[in-house]
Design a protein around this ligand. Structure first.
Ligand SMILES: C[S@@+](CC[C@H](N)C(=O)[O-])C[C@H]1O[C@@H](n2cnc3c(N)ncnc32)[C@H](O)[C@@H]1O
Length: 286
């Protein structure tokens, strides 16, 4: 049982909650406190501090450095993801979105897709698998960008190594081409093949920032299962900024429980429950 030296005070936890909401947009509910404290205890050990109370006094109550904030963010973000999560989106990508986008694509230009809260990479690698498979039938160039605020998940995404059972959601034909099982049966790990990894680049990006240092001509943006952590105003600001990086006619895909965030947005029209298309050139200029 953690003693009182091994937990944050009420005031410290509230300060942490406010800091995270300001920096990341995520409102941590009181129910998450146990999880956050458990994760912070690991950080306490790696800093060589005696207990969580010392972390509370020395870090949470003080001015939190940018470096420490990176670790704090890693401790509080929820990174659950899967290959082919919400598979209807990948059917839409293959069946409608890519064929439509390719019609308007100048010869030789790449199709550009951005996975804007990519977690450990299952989402951008799923996108790359679908695009590589399509391009195998009728060649076209493409680029996939994955960004996230958490440095930990990005490191994992770049490695492209997953528990083997996680890759079971990849359809067998694609799994055979793009996923290698570890030679060590004990390891129960699977790795994305280098040829696919090369097609995906990763970078750190905070959706709360006032502007995003990425190009403004994406054909498709995935922003799934992250808006749900933001309040309504933050959702709207994030969507406005994301739409500024989409070409007119480009597509925005959000998580199945996030449609409220988009349903009345004036710059998109709904194609499917969680698939939207940028309507006006203003979306491009914003
Ligand atoms: C639940 S995962 C969703 C991953 C993937 N999009 C999917 O649907 O499977 C949410 C991700 O959003 C990231 N995230 C949270 N706040 C963020 C922010 N302000 N900017 C960028 N990424 C953020 C988290 O680090 C986490 O990896």
């Amino acid at each position: 049982m953690p003693g009182h030296r091994d937990s944050l005070t009420e005031r410290q936890f509230r300060r942490l909650v406010d800091l995270i909401q300001t920096e990341v947009g995520i409102r941590l509910p009181p129910l998450k406190r146990t999880m956050v404290e458990a994760r912070l205890r690991r950080r306490v050990r790696s800093l060589g501090l005696p207990d969580l109370a010392a972390y509370g006094e020395e870090v949470v109550e003080g001015p939190v450095s940018r470096d420490e904030l990176v670790h704090l963010i890693d401790c509080v973000t929820t990174n659950k993801t899967d290959f082919f999560r919400e598979p209807a989106h990948f059917d839409a990508l293959r069946g409608t979105i890519v064929p439509e986008a390719l019609k308007a694509l100048p010869k030789g230009a790449p199709l550009k897709v951005w996975s804007s809260a990519c977690s450990t990479g299952a989402e951008p690698y799923t996108i790359a698998m679908v695009l590589a498979d399509m391009a195998g039938h009728a060649p076209f160039r493409f680029q996939v960008l994955g960004t996230d605020i958490s440095t930990q998940v990005l490191a994992q995404a770049r490695r492209g190594v997953y528990p083997a059972e996680m890759t079971e959601a990849v359809p067998a034909a694609l799994r055979q081409r793009f996923v290698m099982r570890s030679r060590d049966p004990e390891a129960a790990e699977a790795r994305i093949v280098p040829e696919l990894r090369q097609l995906v680049s990763f970078g750190r990006l905070n959706l709360m920032d006032a502007s995003y240092p990425v190009e403004r001509d994406y054909h498709v943006i995935f922003c799934r299962n992250v808006l749900i952590y933001f309040d309504r105003d933050t959702q709207r600001r994030v969507l406005d900024r994301l739409l500024g990086h989409l070409r007119p006619g480009g597509y925005l895909l959000i998580g199945h429980s996030e449609s409220m965030a988009c349903h009345d947005h004036p710059r998109v029209r709904q194609l499917m429950p969680t698939v939207y298309q940028a309507t006006s050139p203003k979306a491009h200029a914003a």
